[in-house]
Design a binder for this molecule. Structure first.
Ligand code: GLN
Length: 185
């Protein structure tokens, strides 16, 4: 399959490596026409304000609102998917997940951390390592399924139909679980 990754900024290369390692073809998306023949799209981590600017500039944001194929957003990516954002609106959101996220809610760069994440995705349960870098915090959940929690119960991953949002970076721990699930959708 051909898997699109927003290719402007952030850790798109780490996502591309995981896609290649599981036997699929990554494709960096920059313009609306790049969406035409991809099977799914990944919104990587980075800086959501920067993504918002670029998405609006090239018309890609509007095109993405009508994009109905599977989506995976990690960290800044989940901010771009949320329908409610506190801690500074980045300037654009796709509003595909009914959650409130609070940007940078764990603190500054030095408060970044790795932690065990308990995952349950369509009956598939496991524990894996999540990397949280200036991560947003999910402060309210609406009509979504919870798929990942920290050991203290805090929700760090949600899913609605074929849209997955994670506040952490599985790709920075070399973790391919969610990428495989994205392809299964
Ligand atoms: N702090 C960033 C933001 O608010 C997200 C950080 C990340 O993607 N690792 O956009």
């Amino acid at each position: 399959m051909k898997i699109g990754i927003l290719g402007f900024q952030g850790d798109f290369e780490e996502h591309a490596k995981i896609i290649m390692d599981i036997g699929h073809q990554p494709f960096y998306v920059k313009y609306p026409e790049d969406l035409e023949d991809i099977d799914a799209l990944i919104l990587p981590g980075g800086e959501s304000t920067h993504f918002a600017k670029i998405l609006t500039k090239y018309g890609l944001g509007e095109a993405l609102k009508d994009f109905n194929r599977p989506l995976l957003g990690t960290c800044a990516g989940i901010i771009l998917l949320a329908n409610r954002i506190s801690g500074g609106f980045p300037g654009f959101s796709l509003e595909k997940l009914d959650i409130e996220v609070s940007r940078n809610a764990y603190g500054r760069q030095r408060e970044s951390f790795e932690d065990e994440v308990m995952v349950e995705f369509n009956g598939d349960r496991r524990s894996l390592i999540g990397v949280f870098i200036r991560a947003p915090r999910i402060t309210d959940i609406g009509e979504v399924d919870v798929i990942a929690r920290l050991n203290n119960g805090e929700v760090v991953g949600v899913k609605k139909d074929n849209v997955i949002g994670l506040t952490f970076h599985p790709e920075l721990a070399g973790e391919d679980f969610f990428h495989r699930k994205l392809l299964s959708l």
